[in-house]
Design a protein. Structure first.
Lengths: 265, 351
């Protein structure tokens, strides 16, 4: 693959790692807010961003999540299933499987855009992801969500992939090295006023590495629904983590654009 | 589009024009003997502790990253040689202090803790939170000055960047520097040591510009009445070199018309340094026989085939005291397995 194509793929991977972290639907707006919640998209309603995954309501209680572009080299799909609502609580589970070998092999090379070394031994990888979500309504336009999840992978063959030592990427790619990554999170989302919505979110990560295990991510975002089909997001992500090179704090500004389609309420 | 940005220098690759160097001290200080009449000064490009592993960039292999045990094993070899020479002042090039390729070992601290040297100053010439190329990841590599006696005023001076590079490449590429520090010699004044490692891969004259910048700084310190020692890898060959191009160890294909191993257009680039400063290896010595003074080869199965490393002073080196430690018969210990550069040492007369 040529250098320019590889650089584009690397750029997409970076944006998807950051952008696909957790958007989900607020029951109070057509758009998904940047926090994974227990609610699912209604049947026939979908959302896609340039780098965020496609989300589509297969039924009122089953949502498909997939990256159309990345699936060309790393087929993957998540299914969120809403199990029910009890006393103001909504409970869902999210399960996914991925086959990232093609993408990893593409990124293990010599030259610009290669985030893995060319001499890394890359096995056939099957990734697994599971998450339990419980959302509860506190006020008319305010919702909280608890999340508990994990991911890992099975390798068929020798695996000498190194870690990707960057905040966000380190925790999200650890499973490719057959480590377990676990997370627990708490999110708060709701309406500020009119077309403005907010998210405050905190996630704690644990990775089964021997010397760099914990990370904390705190996100704050405002979504501005400009029209029925378009919204803008802006906010920040505060990250603290342990990495092979030491502890690090980092603050990242976040921006995003979202498009929605399908039947309206 | 969902982007995460972190300021205008998101990967922390930039440097100020002039900034303080990073200071180090040995965990256990060795006794500082009184200053002798002659100091042993040593310079060595240690190839980031990579020994003779065939890394991808030399085109002899495809290795990128080392494990910690490999790095420590290589550092042990380097320390053995350094302890054998027992320098009072040591200048290092390509020393990593926080690079993924060398398992994040801080080599300045490691060498201070495993030699008789007590104080260190470090100036990065390649630093990035993440190099999005070749799987390198995080890198922090540069020049260092190690000394038995305290260092003061250690400063990193930015040298010219390679102008022909595009902005993206330049953002993530090496940024050469001149590191200088004053070695406080107890009851014997002081000497300013300058450490540098110049560009190897510029076809637009950047290397010559950097040579001139280094010389200019040396002139400034000399003009202020200071005793000066310059040491390091200049990536240039001396006047009077028998061979100017076509070195047998060049395995990488030339990129267009530029050949980093062709020095034929650079034969006079070091003239001003030789004219105004005393070299550890005089031009007469070098002209009589180039071979014992060669300090570099990328081919571990071959032999050193060009001189890229230097020591200069405005004072005096002890005549005949310079040595390029090429092998056990010239230095008492094999050095070919330790780096793609051979170390040099010389005795400097304390004024």
């Amino acid at each position: 693959m040529g250098g320019s194509m590889r650089r584009m793929v690397s750029f997409l991977v970076v944006c998807i790692v950051l952008g696909g972290a957790s958007p989900a639907l607020s029951e109070h707006a057509r758009f998904s807010l940047p926090v994974e919640v227990a609610d699912t998209l209604p049947e026939g309603v979908g959302q896609i961003g340039l780098f965020q995954p496609l989300r589509y309501g297969l039924t009122d209680s089953v949502e498909l999540i997939a990256h159309p572009l990345l699936s060309l080299v790393a087929p993957a799909a998540d299914f969120k299933v809403r199990w029910g609502q009890w006393g103001g609580w909504t409970v869902s589970s999210l399960s996914g499987v991925s086959f990232p070998t093609g993408l990893v092999s593409l990124l293990a090379c010599e030259g610009t855009g290669c985030i893995y070394p060319q001499d890394a031994e890359i096995p056939f990888l099957i990734g697994f992801k599971s998450e339990l979500l419980a959302s509860f309504s506190m006020l008319e336009a305010l919702r909280g969500t608890f999340r508990l999840g994990g991911k890992s992978a099975v390798a068929l063959g020798d695996n000498t992939l190194p870690s990707v030592d960057l905040p966000l990427a380190y925790t999200r790619f650890a499973h490719l090295r057959e480590h377990v990554a676990l997370w627990a999170g708490l999110g708060l989302d709701g309406r500020i006023w009119g077309p403005l919505w907010f998210v405050l979110d905190v996630d704690g990560w644990w990775v089964s590495e021997s010397d760099a295990q914990f990370a904390l991510e705190q996100t704050g975002t405002v979504l501005w629904q400009i029209s029925e089909g378009f919204a803008l997001q802006a906010g920040w992500m505060l990250i603290w983590g342990e990495y092979p090179y030491g502890d690090e704090w980092r603050v990242l500004p976040l921006i995003d654009a979202l498009w929605a389609f399908g039947p309206t309420d | 589009m969902h982007l995460a940005l972190s300021g205008c220098d998101p990967f922390h690759t930039e440097f100020e024009a002039v900034e303080p160097a990073q200071m180090y001290a040995a965990s256990a200080q060795s006794l500082s003997e009184e200053v002798p009449g002659e100091l042993v000064v040593m310079t060595w490009n240690i190839k980031f502790g990579g020994g003779r592993i065939d890394f991808f960039f030399d085109c002899h292999g495809d290795r990128v990253l080392m494990g910690k045990s490999e790095v420590v094993q290589n550092l042990e070899g380097l320390a053995a040689k350094i302890n054998q020479v027992s320098p009072d002042i040591l200048v290092l090039n390509e020393v990593d202090v926080g690079s993924k390729r060398s398992a994040y070992v801080d080599m300045v601290q490691w060498l201070l803790d495993h030699t008789a040297l007590n104080h260190g100053a470090y100036a990065s010439q390649w630093k990035a939170d993440f190099i999005p190329s070749d799987g390198l990841g995080r890198v922090d590599s540069g020049n260092a000055i190690l000394s038995r006696w305290p260092l003061t005023g250690a400063t990193r001076i930015a040298l010219s960047l390679i102008g022909e590079q595009d902005a993206l490449t330049q953002h993530f590429y090496l940024k050469r520097n001149l590191l200088h520090a004053e070695v406080a010699l107890p009851e014997a004044g002081a000497v300013r040591v300058l450490a540098t490692h110049l560009s190897a891969y510029s076809s637009d004259g950047t290397k010559k510009t950097q040579i001139d910048e280094v010389k200019s700084w040396m002139d400034t310190f000399v003009g202020a009445g200071e005793h000066v020692i310059l040491a390091g890898d200049l990536n240039a060959i001396p006047p009077g070199s028998w061979k100017l191009k076509g070195f047998a160890d060049e395995a990488c294909p030339a990129e267009g018309p530029f050949d980093a191993g062709d020095f034929s257009a650079e034969t006079d680039w070091l003239d001003a340094l030789y004219a105004d400063f005393s070299p550890a290896v005089t031009l007469d010595e070098y002209a009589r026989n180039n071979l014992p003074h060669f300090t570099h080869t990328t081919d571990k199965e071959g032999f050193w085939n060009r001189k890229l490393d230097y020591l200069f002073t405005n004072g005096a080196f002890v005549d005949g005291s310079s040595l390029t430690h090429q092998a056990s018969w010239s230095g008492g210990m094999p050095t070919m397995p330790l780096s793609d550069h051979a170390p040099m040492s010389v005795r400097w007369v304390v004024p």
